[in-house]
Design a protein around this ligand. Structure first.
Ligand SMILES: NC(=O)c1ccc[n+]([C@@H]2O[C@H](COP(=O)([O-])OP(=O)(O)OC[C@H]3O[C@@H](n4cnc5c(N)ncnc54)[C@H](O)[C@@H]3O)[C@@H](O)[C@H]2O)c1
Length: 426
């Protein structure tokens, strides 16, 4: 027997004074019954690999409940509907109401306006993120937007303005889960406390295999292009902005800033898929204090996957790999003690990496839900835009073959326009 008076008290405590202000977002029917009482309701916009992985994490690890789904394509929507009904019914939750399944080119507006969601996970292709983020924030919903927040500089600047509008009204996270991985958090804390002494230079890389995609045999060339967005520069921002951004964001985090200039090269030498993305980048990023980071990446064939950031300073050096190697050598020796895990080497297109990132997603998801229920809202829009533009700086230098500065990049008016009419696709 549930004690109603007790649960009401818990409810107010649970949501915290500040959240009381946003109580309007949480529907009265949530007040009934303890389980419903404590759950934050999630709507997923973009029901692909990452949407399904992170959405499941929010349910399994962060106590949220998926109450709405949206996708451009019905096959993706139905697959996610089946998946989430299965995992939620196993937890005794009701099936997702058919009125909360949104399909087509306007699905993003419909899910943003839904009265059945408290926060929205944006896991559509990067090109759409500024538009989808703006619509969700304008609808007053808390939002978790996957990286990158934009594919071009005007888009990144727009995200900064959206973040300013969201300030204090709702919680806004960007999908850099590595900043929540306990081994990486401890390593970075030690680096910020001077464990490496004066940092002279570093190395950052992301060497991974080709990202295979289904054939979509019945799809038109335009539909195939959108479905295989990760091969397409205008839809993804190219591999340096879409994928390598994780290690560039780690550099910004560890060095507490963004690169001031870059010079580089790269190209599309061996990949043969239908897209135009490059398959390798090689860039020197120069951070404040003339700290030079040598960056390299690949996305072809099937090499041994490895992604890492290594810094070298007057007192020692650090290494932070996706697998298990997270440590400091030298005067302030330290090791995260993760030890070799055979599975560690596996690459995961959905971002579910084994090894030093095991707890990255669960910690990030729990912290985001707590920011909503406690009213201590996050706002990662500016940070997300800074990391996206840091990757774009490397792209600008590599594409032009000329050194590029942060200030020059800020003046870029180049808009990545894929010229795909999605109203004709669904
Ligand atoms: N943080 C991480 O580790 C990580 C890992 C993987 C992907 N990601 C990011 O997540 C995002 C999605 O990547 P993914 O691998 O899940 O891609 P995906 O192709 O598997 O899923 C994208 C989904 O969005 C849908 N979609 C496309 N255009 C749409 C539109 N206009 N409106 C509504 N739905 C639309 C597609 O039908 C598809 O279901 C990307 O930004 C990617 O960079 C992050």
């Amino acid at each position: 027997m549930i004690d109603q008076s007790k649960s009401k008290l818990d409810r107010r405590e649970f949501l915290g004074a500040a959240a009381a202000a946003s109580f309007m977002i949480i529907q009265p029917q949530l007040v009934r019954g303890t389980a419903a009482n404590s759950q934050v309701r999630l709507g997923i916009l973009g029901c692909g690999g990452r949407g399904t992985a992170v959405g499941s994490g929010f349910v399994q690890d962060a106590g949220a409940r998926v109450t709405a789904l949206a996708d451009l394509f019905s096959d993706q929507l139905e697959a996610a509907h089946k998946h989430f009904d299965e995992i939620q019914q196993a937890k005794g939750y009701a099936a997702i109401d058919s009125s909360q399944l949104f399909k087509g080119p306007h699905a993003y507006k419909e899910i943003a306006a839904s009265k059945e969601v408290d926060f929205i996970l944006i896991t559509t292709p990067p090109y759409f993120h500024p538009q989808h983020l703006e619509t969700v924030v304008e609808a007053g919903k808390h939002v978790y937007c996957e990286k990158p927040v934009a594919v071009d500089v005007p888009g990144a600047h727009h995200v900064i303005r959206i973040g300013e509008r969201a300030q204090g009204k709702l919680s806004l996270d960007v999908g850099f889960q590595i900043r929540m991985a306990p081994p990486m958090v401890e390593l970075t804390r030690r680096i910020h406390e001077g464990a490496l002494g004066k940092i002279a230079c570093g190395l950052a890389y992301y060497y991974c295999g080709h990202l295979d995609r289904p054939d979509w045999p019945n799809a038109s060339p335009e539909e195939k292009r959108l479905r295989n967005w990760v091969w397409d520069r205008k839809l993804s921002g190219d591999i340096i902005v879409e994928q390598n951004i994780h290690v560039i964001d780690m550099c910004n985090w560890m060095l507490q800033g963004h690169p001031e200039k870059a010079m580089g090269t790269g190209g599309r030498k061996v990949r043969t898929d239908a897209g135009d993305c490059w398959d390798n980048f090689n860039v020197i990023f120069v951070y404040p204090g003339e700290v030079q980071i040598s960056f390299g990446s690949s996305q072809f064939n099937d090499p041994t996957f490895d992604a890492a950031v290594c810094l070298f300073g007057s007192e020692g050096s650090s290494e932070a790999h996706y697998d298990w190697r997270v440590n400091i050598a030298g005067k302030n020796k330290w090791d995260a003690g993760l030890g070799p895990a055979k599975e560690a080497e596996q690459f995961s297109a959905a971002g579910k990496f084994k090894g030093s990132l095991d707890q990255a997603d669960p910690e990030k998801q729990k912290a985001f839900v707590a920011s909503i229920t406690s009213g201590q809202f996050h706002n990662q829009a500016a940070l997300g835009a800074e990391s996206a533009m840091s990757a774009m700086l490397g792209r600008m230098a590599a594409y032009s073959g000329q050194p590029a500065t942060w200030d020059e990049l800020q003046k870029s008016k180049e808009v990545y326009e894929p010229k795909i009419d999605i109203t004709k696709l669904a």
